[in-house]
Design a protein around this ligand. Structure first.
Ligand code: ADP
Ligand code: MG
Length: 240
């Protein structure tokens, strides 16, 4: 579905991503793990073009979307993003948070947008909070709304950047549970996470990043039980 080739990204003289190759297949759940500062967020932000890659290609449905003639808005519409800090619209209630993008970007009617928003709010168990403002919700509830908002755009791929890192520990589980359920529906997901148990359970493939490169990738059993690289082992020893 998405193929990244020779991707690089520098901020000034600081090369943050070097020669990244990887792909996400339709229906696949890929998790990205690695130390803080290894480039995980930058990679995700390059994939959805919140950052402009310095070099390389992003092939989506057979086309290099970094080509000047390619419509990047069209592409970005196909990607849903969930951030660590929720990024909800604080002046809108829950239902509206899940409707504005649909109306403004996808040009859906209000009625259709509401119907779809309600559907995904049900999926994340937030249908009883549709008129609440984000400030009245817990962190876990906010993140579930953020997931419903992204799903309401019916993207081809969902990107998650440490969706539970800003949550109080007692709220991590409710968000991971929703993500596990989504993974079970065949949704294509690319997830940066520090939750190793979760990564082991849901991933089809785990990508370990270290200092701007993909140091190792493979099925979760392989990465967690018997990694090839010493630095993967070192990282896991520190986190597990
Ligand atoms: P991770 O998500 O794995 O913690 P990041 O992708 O956030 O890592 O960051 C990787 C490196 O890139 C870090 O050294 C960080 O300081 C740097 N970096 C990230 N964003 C920017 C930016 N906008 N400007 C300059 N440096 C950045
Ligand atoms: Mg990050």
């Amino acid at each position: 579905m998405i193929e990244i080739q020779r991707l690089s990204k520098s901020f000034g003289s600081h090369e943050v991503l070097k020669d990244i190759h990887f792909s996400v297949e339709k229906g696949e759940v890929v998790t990205i793990i690695g130390s803080s500062g290894s480039g995980k967020s930058t990679l995700l932000r390059c994939v959805n073009l919140l950052e402009k890659p310095s070099g390389g290609q992003i092939i989506y449905n057979g086309e290099n979307i970094l080509d000047d003639r390619h419509d990047i808005h069209q592409y970005r519409r196909k990607l849903g993003m969930v951030f660590q800090q929720f990024n909800l619209f604080n002046n809108h209630d829950v239902l509206n948070n899940c409707m504005v993008g649909q109306i403004k970007v996808l040009k859906r009617s209000k009625e259709e947008a509401e119907q779809i928003a309600r559907k995904y709010l049900r999926v994340v168990g937030m249908e009883n909070y549709i008129n609440a403002k984000p400030r009245h919700l817990s962190g876990g509830q906010k993140q579930r709304v953020a997931i419903a908002r992204a799903l309401s755009m019916e993207p081809d791929v969902m990107l998650f950047d440490e969706p539970t890192s800003a949550l109080d520990p007692e709220m991590v589980g409710e968000v991971l549970k929703i993500m596990k359920e989504l993974a079970g529906t065949g949704l294509t997901m690319l997830i940066v996470t520090h939750e190793m148990e979760f990564a082991r359970e849901v991933s089809d493939r785990v990508v370990f990043m270290d200092k701007g490169v993909i140091a190792e990738e493979g099925p979760p059993e392989k990465i967690f039980n018997n990694p090839d690289q010493e630095r993967t082992r070192e990282f896991l020893k520190r986190t597990l």
